[in-house]
Design a protein around this ligand. Structure first.
Ligand code: PLP
Length: 433
């Protein structure tokens, strides 16, 4: 018999974590409210990352707590296939109301990774439904992050994934948009729209009629806050439209107010065919994702005998009642408190705080957009990621939660943040760096 005690740390193999380091000096949260977490040893930690870019309305929000509590007592689960429950439909309507006008339908998932797979599968199935089944190729981008499943890591552009797990066949990649000459840009960088023209080269190489979709994060978050240069997304839209290729925006981070608009598609004024979302949809409280599609895509499936399933895809927990209730309460909280507008209003103050750290040692770039920020540090020779990880540990000791990816510090605070919290983040970072 295994002799693990309940408080043993070894049984839980933690995700995306340096397990041995963590277990030698655990960092445990036991509660959270508003802008703060509380640790097991009773310290308050300012949430500089909205959990994992997901708690956009902050923590322990009364409407969401109440909605989840009462939903679980009323209808805990309803089968997702061939059955329904009203809240999943209500939430879909609310989501479409807040989405860019050309969106018409949502398909539920349980995570960003599942939303990515769902969008890629819808793209392939859409072309097949229209008699263009030869469109099987998927185009992603270097340094793209689209979750952890095989489709997502294939279109993603992260060397660790490709080295360790390999990729699906029939995938190609655009170059990333992170250019040195854009260093220390405030907001959207000037240079690099021409990088979208690489899609023409890829089309010429493979034949545009073999390409189903291009997927990009409108702003790449997880690989270090890489911003789209001015004109870049517009150019991608032009080229994809010209060749009948679907454009998928992965808005798992940028969706639900992060940039100071409902979605990046709205912020940039570019219309993707599919939008991939999760995280902020339920404020991170219950796992849920949603893929948004245009009526054209949805309607292409609605042919044939009515008793047949049109899209052979779905999850046991698609549109789960508790997640749907959490989603409704989350959207209500965003709306009532005007949190997306608040993010837009605070963005310049946030930008000033970040760029005020430019003079600190080892800072080689600072990037920002909406309520997202990144500080790129010069790696320690022979020990990449070490400098940023040390900064993360020290910031945590100082009562601030940040995130690091490589040697980049990334931040994305809840949209309820006050100016005094922004000042505090600046102060702690100044001390730590
Ligand atoms: N896509 C993007 C752009 C993300 O940032 C993430 C997570 O950070 C994902 C997909 C994967 O989401 P999840 O971890 O919910 O599967």
């Amino acid at each position: 018999m295994n002799v693990h005690q309940p408080n043993d740390l070894s049984a839980f193999w933690m995700p995306f974590t340096a397990n041995r380091q963590f277990k030698s000096a655990p960092r445990m949260f036991v509660s959270a409210e508003g802008m703060h977490y509380r640790t097991q040893d009773g310290r308050e930690v300012l949430d500089g990352t909205a959990g994992l870019w997901c708690c956009n309305a902050g923590h322990k929000r009364p409407k969401i707590v109440e909605a989840v509590q009462s939903q679980v007592a009323e209808l805990d689960y309803a089968p997702a296939f061939q059955m329904g429950h009203p809240k999943a439909f209500e939430l879909a309507n609310r989501l479409i109301q807040m989405a860019p006008e050309h969106m018409g339908h949502v398909f539920y998932t349980n995570s960003g990774s599942e939303s990515v797979e769902t969008a890629l599968k819808i793209a392939l199935a859409y072309h097949r439904a229209r008699g263009e089944g030869q469109r099987t190729r998927l185009i992603g981008r270097e340094r793209g992050y689209h979750g952890v499943n095989f489709g997502g890591i294939s279109v993603g552009g992260i060397v660790n994934n490709r080295r360790t797990f390999g990729t699906l066949p029939g995938v190609d990649h655009l170059p990333h948009t992170h250019l040195k000459e854009n260093g220390f840009s405030r907001g959207q960088p000037e240079h690099g729209a021409h990088l979208a023209d690489e899609l023409e080269r890829i089309c010429a190489l493979h034949g545009p009629e073999t390409i189903a979709a291009v997927i990009v994060e409108p702003m790449a978050g997880s690989t270090g806050v890489l911003l789209p240069p001015k004109g870049y997304l517009e150019r991608l839209r032009e080229i994809t439209s010209k060749h009948g290729i679907l454009l998928i925006f992965d808005e798992v981070i940028t969706g639900f107010g992060r940039l100071g608009a409902s979605f990046a598609a709205e912020y940039f004024g570019v219309k993707p065919d599919l939008m991939v979302t999760a995280k902020g949809l339920t404020n991170g409280v219950i796992p849920m994702g949603a893929v948004f599609t245009t009526p054209e895509i949805h309607d292409a499936f609605m042919h044939g005998p009515e008793h047949l399933i049109e899209l052979f895809h779905g999850y046991t927990y698609s549109g789960n009642p508790i997640a749907a209730a959490a989603g409704l309460a989350t959207l209500e909280t965003y709306r009532e408190e005007g949190l997306f507008e608040r993010a837009a209003e605070l963005a310049p103050y946030w930008e000033d705080m970040l760029h005020g750290l430019r003079d600190l040692p080892h800072v080689i770039d600072i990037r920002n957009m909406g309520l997202i920020g990144a500080i790129e540090l010069e790696p320690i020779e022979g020990a990449p990621t070490q400098r940023a990880f040390q900064a993360f540990l020290r910031a945590f000791d100082e009562g601030l939660l940040i995130r690091t990816t490589g040697d980049i510090i990334a931040m994305s605070p809840p949209l309820i943040i006050e100016k005094s919290h922004i000042d505090r983040i600046g102060e702690v970072l100044r001390g730590v760096l």
